[in-house]
Design a protein around this ligand. Sequence first.
Ligand SMILES: [Zn+2]
Length: 315
Amino acid sequence: MATVETVNGPIDVEELGRTLIHEHFRTTDEATRFQFPHLYDEDAEWEAAMRDANGVKGHGIQTVVEPSAMFLQRDAAFSKRVADESGLNVVLATGIYTYDHLPQVLLNRNEDQLAEIFVHDIEQGIQGTDIKAAFIKCAADEPGVTPNVEKVHRAAARASQQTGRPIMAHSHPKSETGLRQMEVFAEEGVDPAKIQVAHTGDTDDLDYIERLLDAGCWIGMDRYGLDIFLPTEQRQATVLALLEKGHADRMFLSQDFCSTIDYFTPEAAEQLRPVVANWSMTFLFEQVIPELKERGMTDEQLDQMMVENPKAWLA
Ligand SMILES: [Zn+2]
């Protein structure tokens, strides 16, 4: 029996059910939070997380994969509380979410030593709990695959090789980082079928996406509602084109929504509203999926992307 680790222990992969592959119940900067807690409102954060957990449950979602890592305030206890109160399965990662910066403690460790840290979270548990990471997260963004980013990718690859766990790699399609990320994983000998290149849906460049698919990975069409990166209409046209080409068995639909995010002051967040007006944890169900169905997506293709693909990638 294939199992997947959740915040409440391993479950049979068949119990995952309808799955959102990429959402966050809270995203804040852990250093700022520790030093300046007066900037944060725990009650409001909890309310936002529960609004979204209950919201997606109401749309038939049984599992939320929460790819928070170091620098995204991954918090196993908080995620377990969300799961316990809502009845959702929540699946967590280990890894480091950095576009380049690493603290001295990690600069002075090599790839194998970083891999050992990730393996600890997979085999022993996260943050002193017995909650185990189900996969490994890494990231490359506008600065590209810098030496520090490459080190984290190689560490993720080695932890995956040791444990068999899949990898989710945040990418920046506008500079085609996904291709370089896949090269690094290939050099480390990781089976491409274990790798999900997140945020591929931030581009409508089908040529780039197909070159990425040729490398054998999964792709995240996972930022619906973030018009700031690509408007919904272009995301829809891209997904429909890929469905037409027979790629339902390689894609995930999600929103990368953050119930709480501390990037902006309330004033700046208000100014940004027009380019993220639709962004929520339920936008997929309210608008995206109904529209995709109207435009030709079959129920079978939807099940493939939201039930079968998460099972196959996680197990
Ligand atoms: Zn994310």
